[in-house]
Ligand binder design. Structure first.
Ligand code: G6P
Length: 367
């Protein structure tokens, strides 16, 4: 096992560091003439172009990737995208019609609820597209078409690199969809694809110095409760950050849409309660900052995740972690990696069994 870890203390850390390569392996085969192209995956353009509505369904981390996918697809293609937890989708008689596209996301391709959701979507006459990591898995075999992510084998129960490459496929699909729906032009498509092509390198540079994240982890390691806040895409990323941290550190973590704080969660913010605040998405920055000030005024210990160059005064945040220089389009990849590292180093600080957290399984093949 030590040999398999390649010098890393845990598989989770190894897998975090494998992300730049996994991104490259997943993105490169889907770029032709500078634009996204899924012909080698046998995804017909008509499937995307004719989709009246899109539904994304998955479990856990894969569902969180779907939420980020929703935000980018709706923005670039102006198509409505619903995201559902597979165990909810399968039992609520979802409004899925013929002509809709259902995107199923799964690392293992074997999750029982996700497989059932796929079968239901097919029964309702929808077209199905699976984003799967494990070749030949049940979901990959049963879906109308499959886009394989090339994360390689993921061993740590807490998913990192599989999520990262799911994000990359969803971004590529969003650009293709935007082009096919006539919502973006070719020049914009090429610009976005070239940004995606470069994100692995930016991530690699970021991973070469994680000292600020490690320092932030030391400040939150003793906390019984931690809150994550953000708006829009940052909220969706917060949900993944909270899941990652709770599953391996056993600290109670909750993600909250920053604008919802005053409708409940604010009552839980007292002296020293850590709040991980994502204020990355440019158009929502000012709004989130005002929410950060609200929690700070109640004594929260604020760790702010910010775009490069953004400076907050001491009254606003206790610690700031900055993304490297990047475009708005690729910010989620870098934010996600910061949150993975924060979870990892917090759990490490507690001396826990990071790769095999209690009560959890890598693949949930029973309901
Ligand atoms: C389990 C794993 C998670 C994963 C989820 C969905 O809960 O521990 O990491 O996100 O299942 O798995 P899938 O293989 O369908 O992506």
């Amino acid at each position: 096992e030590q040999a398999q870890k390649g010098g890393y203390e845990h598989f989770m850390l190894k897998e975090i560091y494998e992300q730049p390569k996994a991104l490259q392996n997943t993105i490169t085969p889907r770029v032709k003439n500078g634009l996204p192209n899924f012909s080698s995956d046998n995804v017909p353009d008509e499937l995307l172009k004719n989709a009246k509505a899109i539904h994304i369904t998955a479990c856990g981390t894969a569902m969180h990737a779907g939420l980020v996918g929703k935000s980018v697809m709706e923005r670039l293609a102006r198509v409505p995208v619903n995201v559902d937890i597979a165990s909810e989708f399968r039992y609520r008689d979802p409004l899925v019609n013929e002509g809709d596209l259902v995107i199923i996301i799964s690392q293992s391709g074997e999750t029982a609820d996700t497989l059932a959701a796929l079968r239901l979507a097919k029964n309702k006459g929808a077209k199905t597209l699976a984003i799967v990591n494990v070749v030949g898995s049940s979901i990959a075999r049963e879906a109308d078409c499959v886009v394989y992510t090339h994360a390689g084998v993921e061993i740590a129960v807490a998913s990192t690199k599989a999520y990262m490459v799911q994000l990359s496929v969803l971004h590529l699909l969003a650009v293709r969809l935007g082009l096919l729906k006539g919502m973006i032009d070719e020049a914009e498509g090429k610009r976005l694809v070239s940004l995606l092509g470069a994100v692995g390198e930016t991530l690699e540079q970021m991973l070469s110095d994680t000292s600020l994240v490690q320092a932030a982890a030391q400040h939150i390691v003793q906390a019984p409760d931690i809150f994550f806040i953000g708006r829009g895409r940052d909220y969706y990323l917060s949900m993944e950050g909270a899941l990652k941290l709770k599953e391996i550190s056993y600290i109670h973590c909750e993600a909250y849409a920053a604008g919802e704080l005053k409708h409940g969660t604010l009552s839980l913010i007292t002296d020293g309660v850590p709040v991980i605040a994502l204020a990355v998405e440019p158009k929502l920055f000012e709004k989130t900052i005002s929410n950060i000030k609200e929690v700070k005024a109640r004594g929260a210990y604020v760790v702010a995740v910010l775009s490069k160059g953004v400076m907050l005064d001491d009254q606003t945040a206790d610690t700031s972690i900055h993304l490297p220089e990047c475009d708005e389009f690729t910010q989620p990849f870098l934010t996600a990696a910061i949150l993975q590292l924060l979870a990892y180093y917090t759990a490490k600080g507690k001396g826990l069994d990071i790769d095999k957290p209690r009560n959890l399984a890598k693949s949930v093949t029973v309901e």
